[in-house]
Design a protein around this ligand. Sequence first.
Ligand code: ATP
Length: 466
Amino acid sequence: MSDDDPHMSSDDASSGQDPQGHVPDLMDRLVSLCKQRGFVFQSSEIYGGLGSVYDYGPLGVELKRNLREAWWREMVTSREDVEGLETGILMNPEVWVASGHVAGFTDPLVECRNCHRRFREDHLSEEQPDAERGEWQCPVCGVTGEFTEPRQFNLMFRTFMGPVEDEGSVAYLRPETAQGTYVNFRNVQESARQKIPFGVAQTGRSFRNEITPGNFIFRTREFEQMEMQYFVEPGTDDEWLATWRERRMEWLVGLGIREDRLRLHRHGPEELAHYAKEAWDIQYRFPFGWQEFEGIHNRTDFDLASHQEHSGKKLEYFDHEKQERYLPYVIETAIGLDRLFLVVLADAYAEEEVEGDTRTVLRLKPSLAPITAAVFPLVKKDGMPEIAHAIADDLRGRFAVFYDESGSIGRRYRRQDEAGTPFCITVDGQTSEDDTVTVRDRDTLEQVRVPISGLAKHLAAAMGGE
Ligand code: ATP
């Protein structure tokens, strides 16, 4: 295909789709693209990997950082009523007793007596809804009717603090960031002099010893969460839950995620966590079906009340206007950064036939793309590399820029399409005559001539109009 044609459009053709509306075998293609292009690698790969832990490569860290920053801007910097916080992964173990995690953060496990693999009972019952437990087929060895009674398995990772490894030195790797926020409720409220309603947001690593991790980075044992706890007066909680549900949906749509692949799911009584009065999931239509990637929960005063009781320290809020003391209710929004990363990639991935050739393209929102603009000399002579280097150096610092002079121009464009780079700037023969370059748009494939002096403005306009 000749990508040098300035008026090429991407509408020519598109490839077939799976029943979820995705490119066929999308997960396999994503895993392979992520490795090849340096988005995501398997952890400790040269040693055969480690069950369900992943590393983020040069492009992956940028996409992840852009997503985290977009969330932080939306939830913290752009709001007067939300403060940021960062708490430790290790906390006093009493925190996890009070939160209910030591006693109740468990999944029911069943074991196949034939192959001795363990599975989550709720997953098997979802996958084989028409059969009783006694009739379930083992997904690994295929034997039917050999599952044990369910046993509760705690998902928290345990470790030891200090030199002695005994029960007295047990510590847990946090399974969520929320508890760090609750135990700091008074610290934040008093130091930031916030009045209710207000929120506290944090991002950070969480750990869960998941029994059946899988689907690439969808369910892993180490992951990053972005959680916000919004403290409200009891009685106003239903309204605030609705408000945050709406805001969160709007933000996801604003990230460019297709609306027909997003939906809200309200938890039924059997799904509700012990702390929740009402809970909603935002689900995405992954290639493997509709799955949660963000939760919006009304946690009532469960956590603050429990920490108040276990710690013996008052966690009430004093409302000066009403001269009243009360424990606030909490509306929580909790999203997994890695899961959001997968949503964004799955949603952006496309394969298109353009003039008889197939191109793979990540249609990422420009502000999320790991590289904003790639700069190329058309050929490695006639002073073009020098001009291209100067342009790249000038734009670097304000934009994420990448310089490339190797391979044909068509191949260089193709590599940037796979990386999701929205703009490719090419220095060609005309540049030395009139100081203009071509700027190619990743999605429309259109190329326009722009003066070098107007490049920063051109990129900023395209990035800012979002
Ligand atoms: P699930 O039902 O999938 O186990 P959950 O309901 O336990 O998730 P929450 O405790 O509400 O999840 O956590 C909030 C968010 O954290 C989830 O929506 C998800 O995006 C993310 N998350 C939870 N567990 C994992 C995991 N093992 N790997 C990656 N992300 C996770």
